[in-house]
Every structure is written in C-alpha cells, then in structure tokens.
Design a protein around this ligand. Structure first.
Ligand SMILES: Nc1nc2c(ncn2[C@@H]2O[C@H](COP(=O)(O)OP(=O)(O)OP(=O)(O)O)[C@@H](O)[C@H]2O)c(=O)[nH]1
Ligand SMILES: [Mg+2]
Length: 424
C-alpha cells in the first residue's frame, strides 16, 4: 500500500500545574512554601528517516498526543516533564496546516527535525512566589494548556531526475538497467503503480532517479492513474522523457511526445519547464534496414536542438551516453530549493479570553479560560492569595470591563467557585 497524502491530528502535552504546599515539621509551626513547579508537556516533533519511502505507516494511526507534564509536588519536588513525541516521516515530506492549507515545513534531507507543536509550560509552584515580604504565598500557577491541530502530510519524493512517458514504454526497464532499483517490469500498462527510486552512478557523482506510473492523454482529467504521481517529480531538476520509438503499440512516437508534454503543461507550469532529455527507447525493435532513416526523421520532428538519445533499455544500448548527458544537465541546474514556508509557528498560543454575563440585577458572572487560569488555586481566606487574584483581574482589565457592563458598588461577581462583592 503506497500512501503519499494523509491528514493527522496532533496535540502537544499540557504543562503540569504548580503546587501550593508548606513545609510541615514537628516543632516548626510555620513552615515555608515548598510547592514544586509543574513539568513541561511533551512536544510534537517530526523527523525524517531514509528508511521510509511513503506514508503508509499513517494509514491506521492518525492521532498523535504527547504526554502531559506532571503536577508539582510537595517538598520542592518539581513534576516530571513528559517526553517529546517524535513522528518519523520519509524524506520529502511537506507538512501543511489543515485549517489554512499553508505549508509549515518542508523536510528535504535525512534526519531533519521540526518541532511542530511545543509542549505546554509547567506552572510555577508557590515556592517561586515567596518574597521577603510575602513569605507564605497560597497560590501557584496553572500549567499551560495546549490545543490539538490537524496537519496534512504530503510526500513529494526527493529525486534529481524523473522518468516520464506513456505506460509500457520502458521507464522501469531503463531504471532497472542503470540503477540499483528492482522495479517490476511487465508487458502491460500500469505495471508501475507507485514511484520507484534508484541511485545511478555517473563519473564521481550519484544521481537519484524516480520512475513514476505512466501518463496518458487526459491524465489531468483523471484518466488512467491521473496525474497525481507527478507530485513526485515536481522537485526533480531534469526529466527523462521516455518514448517507445518502435511504435510497438501502434501509436505514433512523435504524437506521444506532444501528448505527454501537453499533460505536463496542464499539470503545472513548473513541471513543464523542467529541462528534458529525450530517450527514444526500444530501438532494437525497429527494422535495421530503415532504422537510421526513421530515427533521423523522428528526431527532426522533435527538434534537432533537443537532447535526444537512441536507446534500448532491454538490450542495454546507448545507456552510457544517456546517463552522461543527464549528469551534465543536472550539473547545470541549481540545487533543490526548499518550498517557501507560508505559515510559521501555527502553535501561537491564543490569547486567553473571558466573557461577562449579567445573571441578575447586581449579579455578574465572568467565565472563560482566562478566568479558569486566574481562579486556579486561589485561597479566599488568605490575604496574599486574594491580593494576587485581585491584582490579576485588575491587570487583565476585567474590573474595567465589568464597570462598563454596568457593575456598581455592592454588586456581586461570580468567577468559577469564587463570589465576591465589589467594593471601591
Ligand atoms: N524490445 C524491447 N522491449 C523493451 C524495451 N524496454 C522495455 N521493454 C519491454 O516493454 C515492456 C514494458 O516495460 P516497462 O519497463 O515495464 O515499462 P514502463 O514504462 O515502466 O510501463 P508502466 O510501468 O506500465 O508505465 C516490458 O515487457 C519490457 O520488457 C526495449 O528497449 N526493447
Ligand atoms: Mg513501470
């Protein structure tokens, strides 16, 4: 099963909550604050591995959640941070934010890592809030809460050279003849159902060639296997356009050449502009008596300014010259450039919010994730704790917003489990 596009759901871990705790020892009446910090939540990290060739591993596993950080403990014990969750992907994986469709990462080399979602920060324990004048803080911070995101993984194979052409023209045979790849070869259309990759040696360099399923006229409208697999040659820098020069299936080779180029144009401007080297294959099947004249004529039609080679993948004819030319063409092309990252840091922690509801005359409720955070761990009968609470709601502009909503002195305000009277 070959899979080159999947949607997955990822969530980094929440941060653990800070702890409120005081030392209790025999004969020590007022022990100091020693609540520990919450641990950090695990992050979601992607890492490329050369051992994967497609995204089939994601067929059944589509939800990835990193662990939450542990809450802080007593005796200055900090909560354990959760380990990061590393998701292995093949080289050439492009990661998009499903909500916006924008590219957030393009992983083009082996063992490349990308932190997609950062784990939530742990909250500070009450020991961190102690100062000379505030020796017994009865509050701690809540750990940072993370959200889940849908991500699209799309594989765009990384190869230097792409083999294109009609089905059965001998693309896989050519790859097999010149590389370490062992693609399936057979005398019927669409033998190749997913891309094959092979390493081809030329002089002192190695090139990676990719053979994709055959194209036919109308591929851009979904005929045959469609043009979906062209995604895998989008980033190649040279194409080998393989043509059955013998016309063994009754088609006219020159027509084949034009039709395939028309399909490339329909697919994308970028792909249609990749430089081509043309391989006139199966020349062993052409009657030797007319061969030279026939091929000269075909070449003239295609254009004598083009790089054209007469080969036979099955009989190993003309392959060295073809490889040499492809290697030279490749040298002229610029190195692969990464895709533009359209959206960085999708994980921007959204500002926490709140909402004011008038429950009754002189009775208001304030709710929302900001309130949950502020009200976390408040101890109402503790002077410091309540002072901290008051300061936070004032600093966040909640008092002003309540006044704007009509709150007057003596009115009651409810926030989570807390209710207080507004006094000036
Ligand atoms: N006589 C001859 N037969 C060839 C040559 N190249 C390939 N063939 C035969 O053509 C048939 C198709 O070859 P493949 O390499 O599978 O063709 P393909 O282009 O990869 O085909 P798809 O994967 O179906 O698109 C096989 O039977 C090959 O043996 C050649 O140079 N000469
Ligand atoms: Mg094939």
């Amino acid at each position: 099963m070959f899979l080159d596009k999947v949607k997955i759901t990822c969530k980094a871990g929440n941060g653990g909550n800070g702890k409120v705790h005081f030392r209790r020892e025999k004969f020590v009446p007022n022990g100091g604050p020693e609540g520990g910090d919450g641990g950090q939540g695990g992050s979601i990290i992607f890492k490329t591995t050369p051992n994967m060739t497609n995204l089939a591993d994601f067929r059944f596993t589509k939800v990835f959640k990193a662990g939450n950080g542990e809450d802080g403990g007593n005796n200055m014990c900090d909560g354990k941070s959760a380990p990061d969750l590393t998701i292995l992907v093949p080289v050439g994986t492009v990661i998009k934010n499903s909500a916006t469709g924008k590219v957030i990462a393009d992983l083009t080399s082996a063992n490349e890592t990308f932190v997609a979602l950062k784990g939530g920060k742990g909250g500070r324990g009450n020991s961190k809030f102690a100062t000379a004048t505030r020796q017994a803080p009865r509050y701690a911070e809540m750990g940072e809460q993370t959200k889940s995101f849908e991500l699209i993984l799309e594989l765009k194979t990384i190869a230097d050279v792409g083999l294109i052409g009609y089905p059965n023209v001998g693309k896989s045979s050519l790859l097999k003849a010149v590389s370490n790849a062992k693609p399936k070869i057979a005398n019927y259309h669409f033998t190749t159902l997913s891309p094959n990759i092979g390493v081809v040696k030329a002089f002192d360099t190695n090139m990676v060639w990719a053979d994709i399923p055959g194209l036919i006229e109308g591929a851009s409208d979904g005929v045959g296997l469609g043009h979906d697999f062209l995604r895998h040659i989008e980033r190649t820098r040279v194409l080998i356009h393989v043509i059955d020069a013998s016309g063994s299936e009754g088609r006219e080779p020159y027509e084949d050449y034009l039709n395939i180029n028309a399909e490339l144009e329909k697919y994308s401007d970028k792909v249609s502009k990749i430089p081509q080297v043309i391989a006139l294959n199966k020349i062993d099947l052409i009657d030797p008596e007319i061969r030279d004249e026939y091929l000269a004529d075909l070449k003239k039609k295609i254009g004598l300014d083009k790089k054209i080679f007469e080969i036979s993948a099955a009989a190993f004819m003309g392959l060295d010259d073809l490889i040499k030319c492809v290697a030279q063409e490749l040298k002229k092309q610029p190195e692969l450039v990464k895709m533009e990252i359209e959206e960085s840091n999708i994980d921007k922690r959204q500002k926490k919010t709140y909402e004011i509801t008038k429950l009754d005359e002189g009775y208001f409720e304030v709710s929302g994730d900001l309130i949950d955070e502020i009200a976390f761990n408040v101890v109402l009968n503790d002077y410091n704790s309540f002072a901290y609470f008051q300061k936070r709601i004032k600093d966040e502009g909640i008092i002003d917003a309540l006044l704007e909503a009509g709150m007057q002195e003596g009115d009651t305000v409810k926030m989570c489990q807390i209710e207080f009277e507004y006094l000036v």
